[in-house]
Design a protein around this ligand. Sequence first.
Ligand code: COA
Length: 375
Amino acid sequence: MAFTPAITGTGVFTPEQSISNAELVEAFNAYADLYNAEHADAIAAGEVTAKEHSSEEFIVKASGIERRYVMDKSGVLDPKVMHPLLRQRSDDEPSIMAEMAVNAAKTALEHAGKTAADVDAVICAASNLERAYPAVAIEIQELLGIEGFAFDMNVACSSATFGIQAAADMVRSGSIRSALVVNPEICSAHLEWRDRDCHFIFGDVATATLIERVEDAKGAYFEIKSTRCGTAFSNNIRNNNGYLRRSRPDGMKDRRDMQFMQNGRKVFKEVLPMVSKHISDHMGDEGVEATDLKRLWLHQANKTMNDFIGKKVLGRTPEPGEQPNILQDYANTSSAGSIIAFSKYSDDLKDGDKGIICSFGAGYSVGSVLVERHG
Ligand code: COA
């Protein structure tokens, strides 16, 4: 017997601290000045390249980002630190990722009118996991008091939609009644804040999505009509940090490749056609026309990128509100971005309205979820 899966609740945990572009640029420029003074002789000798200042105008123009939430701004804005400073927690305390995810998950359960007893599985799908094991998902399961099972997965920026596909397929097959897909993203900890090419890109957040059988929904819900995932290997977004670090010569040094690296222009050129084709093929195979779509909830990396994809998919410039962006306030929150947009801009849809959630990024990876509102 096959069941029909639906998104019945969502939740967003937003950190208390936020950094404006003005604060970010001020800290970066102070860091660049310190660096240049410290390396003045080597710079004069042509052995070291001087750091150039960052600019608010560039950031808004190139990305559309105006501010970002973070778990700690004190370290990020200290020119002598330039990364978040997070308290070391004991092994007996909830880990920070689990705490963020639990917060979002509780909101999703409340939104759906459900409790832990209604949930059979937890998938923690995120770009970075704070440890190798035990799985963060199992800790979240324990903290919420959920029976059943839990596991972690990582498909970078597409983790949320890949997680939704995994959960929806399990609900459809009957192996579980329901699952929470949680996406705690502490992007501030893998971002290289000392590199002006990317220091403005990321922010922190956690999102949660409850997937259940349609017949178990207590209120309005979004039926998951179908999902589609795709990947194609690329080094244009990469992070070399990993458990083999200690075993390699220079592995423990302060190396640039241990943080997020990207070739932004290439990502732009290669990911845009990949995503546009992915969504169009998904729609074509489901017999969905552009005119059938009421909303696109896209991955939140770059405004120009989203404008391009929206236009390509709909065949015209999207009307205001048809393709809501949250990146101006949250920046790129990796896998959580499209779910924040969905969570904040879906309640107004009417019975029968269709939309697509789509995330994309490192891998490369792209995932799309076609949903239809009921109730
Ligand atoms: N302040 C001022 N100038 C800056 C700057 C900053 N913070 N950062 C870079 N610049 C300069 C560059 O050095 C470059 O100068 P040059 O022309 O003299 O070489 C110029 O501005 C343009 O830089 P570039 O990196 O080519 O800008 P861009 O228009 O490609 O925008 C991104 C950069 C990252 C916003 C854009 O490429 C992007 O969004 N790419 C896709 C990102 C993405 O989706 N990534 C997925 C991550 S999960």
